[in-house]
Design a protein around this ligand. Structure first.
Ligand code: ISE
Length: 338
């Protein structure tokens, strides 16, 4: 693909996240053209086709992937379809942006990595959008500058809006905590080697569900970490990280809204969900994807990152179930991901 050329995109899944990607690619990324959409929901499909001016609509993901008008694919289908669809894109030799998680477990994620490695070059960018959030980027710059000395600890807090039903421990960890796992690896520049998960179920009679999850962990180089993920915080959406170094700390502050004092109260507005909180990040992420495609490369979070996040996620689920710490062995990063 040569520079400055429009890239023709096919989007699989036009729900909340997919719909946001379609709108961003259409209105916020000059060099992207959404030419094809896939969804099983006809109403949503036609509505989003009108937004994007998309010419081709499908109810089958593989048909979209293999259509000659589609140069690159964005996958925002339900999590359980991510790995197979990403592999189909790799088989078709098309660059692909896949929403997180890359797969339902580490074994399935590794199949994607293997397929990409067989082709000898990166084709996959994964939707760990916090890498494009200006507040997270600042934290990364400060810790990498060395001004705080060696990083000693990572803390992540992740508060979710209600999902409408109790969520299983597997779902909370692979769908939500997977972001925090990626932040923990990316910001600290280190791998996790042992995790211990505690959780509170939605109801004592439903031990397979998780309302609040607390994960403590150790890094390979001696640092420690903690992730708190509330599956239903009851008041809005918040994501924050704090890194502690030898000479200070750096943290995000997701509450950026004005402070209102009135009637013996002082308060701030809290964002409703991730689409509001990470509004800018999703746009910057889409621009970065298209920029890279124009250069004929793939950048940002990789299939490898998606795979390693799933190794850690699987260990967190195992620890929650057995009530014991679980050790992890992260394999050596292959050459195409260095
Ligand atoms: C959702 O799928 C996301 O990706 C959000 O960023 C995350 O905060 C939420 O917990 C997930 O369910």
């Amino acid at each position: 693909m040569s520079n400055n050329r429009t890239i023709n995109i096919g989007v699989i899944g036009t729900g909340g996240m997919g719909g946001r990607h379609v709108r961003n690619l259409t209105h916020e990324v000059a060099a992207a053209q959404v030419v094809a959409l896939m969804d099983v929901d006809q109403t949503r499909l036609q509505e989003m086709a009108a937004v994007a001016g998309a010419i081709h609509t499908f109810t089958d993901g593989n048909e979209l992937i293999n259509h000659p008008a589609v140069e690159a694919v964005l996958i925002a289908a339900p999590d359980r379809f991510h790995a197979a669809l990403t592999r189909a894109c790799i088989a078709a030799g098309k660059p692909v942006f896949c929403e997180k998680p890359l797969a339902s477990n580490a074994a399935e994620a590794y199949q994607v990595v293997e397929a990409e490695m067989a082709g000898g070059r990166r084709l996959v960018q994964l939707g760990f959008m916090r890498e494009y959030d200006p507040a997270h980027v600042k934290v990364k710059q400060v810790i990498d500058s060395g001004e705080l000395g060696k990083a000693l600890a990572f803390r992540g807090v992740h508060i979710n809006p209600p999902f409408g039903q109790p969520r299983s421990i597997e779902d909370v960890i692979t769908n939500s905590v997977v972001h925090d796992i990626h932040s923990a690896r990316w910001l600290m520049g280190d791998e996790i080697e042992r995790v211990y998960t505690s959780y509170v179920p939605f109801h004592p009679a439903q031990p397979e569900t998780a309302r609040l999850v607390l994960i403590q962990f150790h890094y390979r180089n001696g640092a420690i970490g903690e992730i708190e993920c509330n599956a239903e915080g009851g008041y809005g959406y918040e994501v924050d990280v704090k890194l502690t170094g030898e000479m200070g700390s750096v943290q995000t502050n997701s509450l950026q809204s004005a402070i209102v004092s009135r009637a013996n109260q002082r308060g701030q507005w809290v964002e409703e969900d991730w689409l509001q909180r990470f509004d800018q990040a999703y746009i910057l992420e889409a621009r970065a994807w298209i920029d890279a495609l124009q250069k004929g490369i793939s950048t940002g979070p990789s299939a490898w990152d998606g795979y390693v996040a799933m190794i850690v996620a699987d260990a967190c689920v195992e620890s929650a179930k057995c009530g014991q710490p679980v050790s992890i062995k992260i394999p050596e990063r292959p050459a195409i991901y260095k």
